[in-house]
Design a protein around this ligand. Sequence first.
Ligand SMILES: [Zn+2]
Length: 322
Amino acid sequence: MTQRDALPSLGDGLPVVAIDVGGTTMKVSGVGPTGAMTAPRRVPSPPPGPGSADEVVRIATDLVREESERLGVSPAGLGIALPGVVVEDQALGVYSENLEWHDVDFRAAFAQTLDIPVAVAHDVRAAGAAETRLGAAQGASTALVLAIGTGIATSVQVDGRLHVGRGYAGEIGHAVVEPGGEPCVCGNRGCLEATASAGAIRRRYERDAGTQVDGAKEVLALAAAGDPVAVAVRDSAFDALALGLSHAVTLLVPDVVVIAGGLSEAGDALLVPLAERLERLVRYGPVPPLVRAHLGEDAGLVGAALAARDALAPTGAAQTSR
Ligand SMILES: [Zn+2]
C-alpha cells in the first residue's frame, strides 16, 4: 500500500506477541502494557509440506523470544493468525492449502515450546475482528468484512459475535455466482473468486487480451482509460461481486460492509460502482454503506493481538460463535 494508517493502540493491558502466518511471510509485532504495537517485522514462512506446521511453531517460538527482548517485558500470551480452515476454540488448523497441513493441534504443539497461553485465530476472521473493533466498522453490531485479494473471503460478525461455522464461515469466494462459469481452484466452476478476485481479474484480462499485466490494479487503470477488454473484465467482476454481496446483505442485514484486501486499494474506483450495483440488486431491505478497510495489510496482525489479549481477559472479550 502506498498509504496506511498507523497500527492502532489496543489500550492498557497485559503485554502480548502477535503473529500473522501467511503463505509466504510470517509477520510479528509486540504489544506493550500501554497497548502500543511495535512496527511489524517479517520473516519467510516455511515451505509447504508435512513439516510446515512444526516449522511454524518453531519460528513463532523464536519470534516470541525476540519480541520479548524488543518489548523489554515478558509477554503474557501469544496470538497467532493462521491461514486456511481454522477452528479457533480448539486451536485446530484443519487445513491449509498454502502450507499443506491437515488437522494440526496447535495448542498441543505450542505446549512443547512455550509456557504462555496461545490463542489461535483465523487470518480473515482476525482481520475482520480488528476492523470491527478498531477500524472501519468500529461500533457496528453486524458487519461483513469482504477481503478481495488472491482469493475472496469474508468475516461475518452477527450481533457482536464472530461466526465461525466449524471453520468454514465466510468463504463467499466459493459461492457460485455464474453456474458453469470460470473454473475455480476448489474444483467447481463459476465461483465468485474465479471471476472477481484480484488474481482472477488479472488472469482473465491476460487470457482475453493476450498480453501480460502487472496485476488487477493495472486492469482497472486500463478500463478507466477505455480499453474494451479491461472494461468487460472489470464490469463482469464488479457484477459478480455485487451479486454475491447482495445475497449476504439480504440474509444478514449488516450495519456496514468493509471492503478489504489488495483490490480495496482501488478505493472509489471499486467502492462507487459496487455500491451502485448493490443498490440496484437489493430492493427489499436496507442497503448498507460500503467502506474501505482502515487497517490494510496489518489487520490480521492486529486481530491476532486482540485474540491474545481476549484469551487473557475472557470476560471482556468479543465472543465467537460456532
Ligand atoms: Zn471455488
